[in-house]
Design a protein around this ligand. Sequence first.
Ligand SMILES: NC(=O)c1ccc[n+]([C@@H]2O[C@H](COP(=O)([O-])OP(=O)(O)OC[C@H]3O[C@@H](n4cnc5c(N)ncnc54)[C@H](O)[C@@H]3O)[C@@H](O)[C@H]2O)c1
Length: 160
Amino acid sequence: MAENVFDDKAIFYSKNCLDKFAAFIQNKIKAQRIFIVCDTNSSKHCLPYFKKCVGDKIAINIIKIKAGEVYKNFETIGFICAQLNKYFATRNDVIVNLGGGVVCDAGGFAAAIYKRGMHFINIPTTLMAMIDAAIGGKTGINFEGLKTILAHFIFRLPCL
Ligand SMILES: NC(=O)c1ccc[n+]([C@@H]2O[C@H](COP(=O)([O-])OP(=O)(O)OC[C@H]3O[C@@H](n4cnc5c(N)ncnc54)[C@H](O)[C@@H]3O)[C@@H](O)[C@H]2O)c1
């Protein structure tokens, strides 16, 4: 696994890095459970492969949001937070954003505000997310027609 560490951010990239995902979560982040935020497309095209790689080594809850830029909004953040409440998420759990830039931005924003902040990991599934959104060090949502106007900078961002 190749690894670059810039300050508190870590970016992992290699063909089979998901095989080491469960060990990374348990040993480095010391979490026993993950919440996967995905959208209707990444849940169909990417989640099965993710689950196959991770196996049953770690408990998984799925939070599926609607796909598309129009859903990068407060309503989606409310939905994600309601799901975290429903499953009694703690700050020791980890949010895993499996999807494109919208999933990374919305899931990251929810992680930033829920219980004053949870760890999160982006697993980008579009080119845009791979080269920018997942590693850009920012999250956010659109509001009142303004693009990513509610946003924040990330200081700890492990990426796969
Ligand atoms: N935070 C940042 O630094 C940063 C940087 C650049 C862009 N962004 C944000 O990223 C967003 C754009 O990202 P995007 O282009 O990935 O859009 P997106 O997340 O909407 O994804 C595009 C489409 O591809 C689908 N998709 C995702 N993965 C797929 C897969 N593996 N197979 C098939 N379909 C898949 C999605 O469901 C969606 O319909 C914008 O909201 C932009 O503001 C953020």
